[in-house]
Design a protein around this ligand. Structure first.
Ligand code: HEM
Ligand SMILES: *[C@@H]1O[C@H](CO)[C@@H](O)[C@H](O)[C@H]1NC(C)=O
Ligand SMILES: *[C@@H]1O[C@H](CO)[C@@H](O)[C@H](O)[C@H]1NC(C)=O
Ligand SMILES: *[C@@H]1O[C@H](CO)[C@@H](O)[C@H](O)[C@H]1NC(C)=O
Ligand SMILES: *[C@@H]1O[C@H](CO)[C@@H](O)[C@H](O)[C@H]1NC(C)=O
Length: 607
């Protein structure tokens, strides 16, 4: 064969292979078997899946027994959210509570690959994908590039236009309140807390993150790098720079610190607060938490200095940071996840529960975790602080809300305002719908697998039909028109239209995929490991006690002036506080000659 015929031959062969597409496009390997293409054929690696056979579908005997005995996620959820009397007994018997908490932590964490495996540029294991921490990791590898359809082999040749999809299925018509009674105090905590590790580096693309701590490092308080941290520090008694306004402590200004923050040009210098995360000027709810944590840092510094008068600034600062990390993790597990779960079982933050288990004290933030955490439906149509109602245009980038009302009033107001329901479709506020559209577009760039693929990955049965997914017919019909096949429904839109569990904020998939990432990220923190988790790490008994008694309520009470308001992730009296159901399309059209979307967009390039 001469060179020319050889190349023609190779070209034809290549064409044949391409024509059939990559055989892994059909995702033939079940039960987390690994697919490797071999020309037009494929091979499934079923090692340690508990299954064997060509597609890893035949269970081993032990697997058969386990699967038979294992209750479904919905059953477990039902048990945990009912039978209050039974759980009250369990909660008071410490060895039983510990045993169940240990089970919750290990069963969830076991779903996460640790050390991490794939990223958005590599669908096979390799050193670059493992070691380059500028990438978010991936729970499921990206789909192969050369597939017959965008979602593999099923569904239409083209995905629905993201904007049309968002407008038809995700955009709020009227405000749907959360039946779990989630407060705005929760919504802003969610946004504030998660932005320390969800920090996409859009200059490089959605596959990349600036938050290379990959977890709860409080970089949103202290800055992402040493340079910023130093600009924020007072270098006296371990404290952070601050200013006093109306007799209370607030963050210093951008001018004073030279810290880079994102503010639109019209914001006066006096209102440009400088905090650890450059985007926290965006929403007063974020700034409220930034102020609270700033005060907490400086308060804990004082406590430590009392015990250790000989400690220098550096040691006071560093030890306080560890204490605040510990406080954060306790509040997130015992207040935040407790509320979100709706469990009658009382969750417990106790790192010792894992000391005898196989558990890796490391974490890598997954791209899918970031995606599923886009809980924009939580946000209401207007924000109430004291007697004032702010629409988006008035609220966004407006730190004078914080200065005028003070933290006390904001906490009180946000604890009493209800958030929106996340699942169930059509509840993303119009002014931030564009964020949803961009999220979907980014996910496509990252070649996310389908919602059903993620359900399988996290031990759930794939949805069998569109009605099975949404639990109704109208949105199901629209989805069918857009996607053609339920196996082609995308991850994020699927999560938002999924039928919520009864009286719940989320559907099954959000919880079953989100909880493993969340608990792994919290417990995988170095402070939870045996050598760290002891009083001396936190400056002794006094510091350890701060970590062990932290709660949202204590955090607030220790840092506001005057009688402290109730601070809760749950609205106190749903009946009384439930806002009038506002017709979003009418309430937002009035008096906004400038489109808030545009204001946001111009300044959001670095978010
Ligand atoms: C008024 C309230 C809010 C506004 C104006 C807002 C706005 C934005 C904007 C402009 C982005 C960047 C979008 C992009 O780059 O494509 C974003 C991203 C994001 N938002 Fe929100 N958001 C709000 C509330 C929330 C809440 C309550 C959550 C709940 C956790 C949330 C979670 C996220 C997440 C996880 C991201 C991705 C961050 C990243 O990848 O860097 N947002 N939001
Ligand atoms: C494995 O999956 C492929 C493609 O989905 C199918 O054609 C084949 O029959 C399956 N093999 C077995 C043993 O089930
Ligand atoms: C990580 O990967 C990106 C993209 O290939 C590259 O630009 C960056 O330099 C890598 N980072 C490191 C630390 O190697
Ligand atoms: C910002 O909030 C202040 C304080 O409530 C208010 O007076 C002002 O009108 C708001 N700014 C805008 C642009 O709406
Ligand atoms: C909301 O207002 C729009 C425009 O005025 C109207 O077409 C729609 O029917 C209203 N929806 C509800 C639920 O009242």
């Amino acid at each position: 064969m001469n060179r020319q015929t050889l190349s023609v031959f190779l070209l034809a062969l290549g064409f044949l292979v391409c024509e059939g597409g990559n055989p892994c496009c059909s995702q033939p390997c079940e039960n987390r078997g690994v697919c490797t293409a071999l020309g037009s054929d494929y091979e499934c690696d079923c090692t340690r899946t508990g299954y064997y056979g060509q597609n890893c579908t035949t269970p081993e005997l032990l697997t058969l027994i386990k699967v038979y005995l294992k209750p479904s996620p919905n059953t477990v959820h039902y048990l945990l959210t009912h039978f209050k009397g039974f759980w009250n007994i369990i909660n008071s018997i410490s060895f039983l509570r510990d045993a169940i908490m240990k089970y919750v932590l290990t069963s969830r964490s076991n779903m996460i690959d640790s050390p991490s495996t794939y990223n958005s540029d590599y669908d096979y294991k390799n050193w670059e994908a493992y070691s380059n921490i500028s990438y978010y990791t991936r729970a499921l590898p990206p789909l192969p590039e050369d597939c017959p359809t965008p979602m593999g082999v099923v569904g239409k040749k083209e995905l629905p236009d993201a904007k049309v999809l968002a407008e038809k299925l995700l955009m709020r018509r009227e405000f749907i309140t959360d039946p779990q009674g989630t407060s705005l105090m929760f919504g802003f905590f969610a946004q504030h807390f998660t932005h320390q590790f969800f920090k996409s580096d859009m200059k490089k693309g959605p596959a990349f993150t600036l938050a290379t701590g990959h977890g709860v490092d409080l970089s949103h308080v202290y800055g992402n790098d040493l340079q910023k941290q130093h600009k924020l520090r007072l270098f006296k008694d371990g404290k952070l720079k601050h200013q006093v306004l109306n007799g209370e402590v607030y963050p210093p200004t951008v001018k004073e610190t030279g810290v880079h923050m994102i503010y639109p040009p019209h914001i006066p210098e006096s209102q440009r607060f400088a905090v650890g995360h450059e985007a926290f000027g965006l929403v007063p709810g974020l700034m409220m938490y930034a102020v609270i944590w700033l005060r907490e840092h400086n308060r804990v510094c004082d406590v430590l200095k009392e015990v250790h008068p000989d400690w220098d600034d550096e040691r006071l600062f560093q030890t306080t940071r560890l204490i605040l990390i510990g406080e954060t993790i306790r509040i997130v597990i015992e207040d935040y996840v407790q509320h979100l779960s709706g469990y009658n079982f009382k969750l417990k933050f106790d790192p010792e529960l894992l000391f005898k288990e196989q558990f890796q004290y490391q974490n890598r933030i997954a791209s899918e975790f970031n995606t599923l955490y886009h809980w924009h439906p939580l946000m209401p149509d207007t924000f109430r602080v004291g007697e004032t109602h702010y629409n988006y245009k008035q609220f966004i980038f407006n730190n004078s809300v914080v200065i005028e009302h003070g933290i006390n009033k904001m906490v009180e107001s946000f604890t009493n305002q209800i958030s929106g329901r996340v699942a169930g479709g059509r509840n993303v506020p119009v002014p931030i719908l564009y964020v949803t559209v961009e999220t979907i577009e980014h996910n496509r760039k990252l070649r996310y697998q389908s919602l059903n693929a993620y359900r399988k990955r996290f031990n759930m049965k794939p949805y069998s039909s569109f009605e099975d997914l949404t639990g109704e017919t109208e949105m199901a019909a629209l989805l069918e028109e857009m996607y053609g096949h339920v196996d082609a429904v995308e991850f994020y839109p699927g999560l938002l239209v999924e039928k919520p569990r009864p009286n719940s904020i989320f559907g099954e998939t959000m919880v079953e995929v989100g909880a493993p990432f969340s608990l792994k990220g919290l417990m995988g923190n170095p402070i939870c490991s045996p050598e760290y988790w002891k009083p001396s790490t936190f400056g002794g008994k006094v510091g350890f006690e701060i970590v062990n008694t932290a709660s949202l309520q204590n955090l607030v009470c220790n840092n506001v002036r005057g009688p402290c308001p109730v601070a809760s992730f749950q609205v106190q009296n749903i009946k009384e506080t439930e806002p009038v159901i506002i017709n979003s399309s009418t309430s937002q059209s009035q008096g906004s000659d400038i489109n808030p979307t545009v204001i946001l967009k111009e300044t959001s390039t670095e978010l």
